[in-house]
Design a protein around this ligand. Structure first.
Ligand code: BTN
Length: 261
């Protein structure tokens, strides 16, 4: 399958007004987040996308490294939202990934709080939201999306118990171009819906596999265990602790204890 990416191939007749109308493509770079930040500082127009075939210093959440070899999708989208919309960007990105991959592949996806996308309990996509905020003003927000597309997890035995790829799930290669173009359309649709007052909270909440499960949440040196009872509209997780108390966690890393993943 011919699967080469280029700015022209991504933008050609793309059905969006501004998301992905400007695409900067790199065969190889450090991290699309870094380049997006630089472009945003230079005044990049809203919707500018940085996409790479390969990242040499891909960034994950909590300062982790994100493995980003050729064959996967690594992209960042520059936005200029008002401050009030920042907490919803992770919901927006998660839903856009779910809807676009489901449309292109027919696979069924789930979300794990706070921002992992899973297939059959294994991680297929990670999302990173970066922002530069000064006072009440958002200079820029950057949505980073990494999708395991044509990665073969057999080549990465240390990851195969917890991660999967679209190709591994389907037993065939998948067009990255197709996924990226659907993804950009979904991001714009959901972004415009958000700006016009629509809530992304309910569809996001309804996709979370985390709710109702016994979980351990790690945040820095802290570890909290309990039942993931609900999520608040700002995206935070409410955890019912064994002593009956309720703890609200705004960020962290979840392990599903009844499943160990
Ligand atoms: C995570 O699950 O830890 C988040 C991973 C986010 C990875 C993407 S790949 C595109 C963008 N550029 C990066 O360096 N990171 C994000």
């Amino acid at each position: 399958m011919a699967d080469s990416l280029s700015s022209a191939a991504i933008t050609a007749s793309l059905a969006t007004r501004f998301i992905g109308q400007r695409v900067i493509y790199y065969p190889r770079l450090t991290s699309t987040m870094e380049v997006a930040k630089r472009e945003a500082k230079r005044g990049a127009v809203e919707g500018t996308v940085i996409v790479a075939d390969e990242q040499t210093a891909g960034k994950g959440r909590i300062k982790r490294i994100w493995l980003s070899p050729r064959g996967n999708i690594a992209l960042s989208i520059i936005l200029h939202p008002d401050l009030v919309y920042l907490p919803a960007l992770v919901m927006l990105a998660s839903l856009a990934v779910v809807y676009s991959i489901e449309t292109v592949t027919g696979l069924k996806l789930q979300l794990k709080w706070p921002n992992d996308v899973l297939i059959n309990g294994k991680k297929v996509c990670g999302i990173l939201i970066g922002s530069d905020v000064r006072g009440n003003r958002v200079d820029c927000a950057i949505i980073g999306i990494g999708i395991n597309v044509n990665l073969r997890l057999a080549d990465f035995p240390e990851l195969s118990p917890i991660a999967t790829s679209l190709a591994d799930e389907l037993g065939r290669e998948v067009s990255r171009l197709d996924i990226i173009r659907h993804l950009l359309v979904e991001v714009e649709r959901l972004y415009l819906a958000l700006l016009s007052g629509e809530s992304l909270y309910e569809p996001w909440r309804d996709r979370l596999v985390t709710l109702g499960r016994m979980v351990q949440v790690g945040w820095g040196k802290n570890r909290y265990e309990g039942i993931a009872e609900s999520v608040a509209r700002d995206g935070s997780l409410r955890l019912r602790r064994p002593d009956g108390s309720l703890t609200t966690v705004v960020a962290g890393d979840v392990t599903l204890r009844d499943h160990e993943r």
